[in-house]
Design a protein around this ligand. Structure first.
Ligand SMILES: CC(=O)[C@@H](O)[C@H](O)COP(=O)(O)O
Ligand SMILES: NCC(=O)COP(=O)(O)O
Length: 247
């Protein structure tokens, strides 16, 4: 089964927010990405609304449900009461829980499933009651998988930052092996596997080749940078090819 591409539109929102003007359009570029064959859209609304605003979440929900009923909407974030209520109102297909401090510049680690197990079990139960699939952000370490499974999550999202940030081949190889071992342990435990953070056209093919069971990658920063060069539609096609899709 091919790995699905979910386009993260945080960086598009961040560019729009430089001015009090409605462009570039988060909904418009998400529409182009879906028309070009992306499987879904990802947003990570942060409490300070530095990029995605609460209104974007509802505008995207309306567009996706009306125009692309088979597409997946994925909302990522720390499970604060505000975030949980936002998800319960928007009802995305998937919620990805990330252990981010509000002041954090970007996501840089997965959950400590031992320490935060009780919190995760409680919020995952609540989100699943609302009909949403739940994924949890996890470092590449197979020892974390039993704890992840005990939370009741449906999937894990492998935190690929250390792999994406490794520019020496032997370091990248070692990071990829950790991700592969974690994905294999997750599959054995009955968990689905997503992946994301700092994935690019350069580092994606060898990850997919080594870890073919990845159900979905969510990609934003590098994909948006590439879209400035190639345009959104062509960029989505390039990333779909890198995911192993026949385009
Ligand atoms: C969860 C994750 O990996 C992040 O990549 C995130 O979605 C990106 O957040 P920012 O766009 O705020 O850096
Ligand atoms: N979950 C990861 C994501 O949505 C995008 O991360 P990045 O490509 O912006 O690093």
């Amino acid at each position: 089964m091919a790995t699905h591409l979910s386009v993260n539109v945080n960086a598009i929102a961040q560019l729009r927010n430089r001015r009090s003007l409605p462009w570039p359009s988060v909904v418009g570029l998400s529409r182009i990405a879906l028309q070009a064959g992306a499987s879904g859209i990802t947003v990570h609304p942060r409490p300070d609304e530095r990029h995605i605003r609460r209104t974007d979440v509802f505008d995207l929900t309306d567009m996706i449900r009306a125009e692309f009923p088979k597409a997946e909407f994925n909302i990522e974030g720390y499970p604060s009461e505000d975030f949980l209520e936002l998800c319960e109102r928007a009802k995305p297909d998937q919620v990805t829980l990330v252990p981010d401090d509000p002041a954090q510049a970007t996501s840089d680690h997965g959950w400590d499933v031992a320490t935060d197990g009780d919190l995760l079990r409680q919020v995952i139960g609540r989100l699943k009651l609302g009909g949403m699939r739940v994924s949890i952000f996890l470092d590449g370490d197979p020892a974390l998988v039993p704890g992840a499974r005990a939370t009741g999550a449906d999937r894990i999202e492998l935190y690929t930052g250390p792999y994406g940030g490794a520019f020496e081949p032997d370091v990248a190889d070692a990071e990829r092996e950790k991700l592969a071992a974690t994905a294999e342990a997750a599959a054995r435990a009955g968990l689905g596997v997503n992946a994301g953070h700092d994935l690019t056209l350069d580092n994606l093919p060898s990850l997919i080749a080594r870890v073919p069971g990845i159900a979905e990658v969510s990609i934003g920063h590098a994909l948006t940078a590439d879209a400035l060069i190639h345009g959104m539609a062509e960029t989505v096609r390039l990333y779909r090819k890198a995911c192993g899709e026949t385009v």
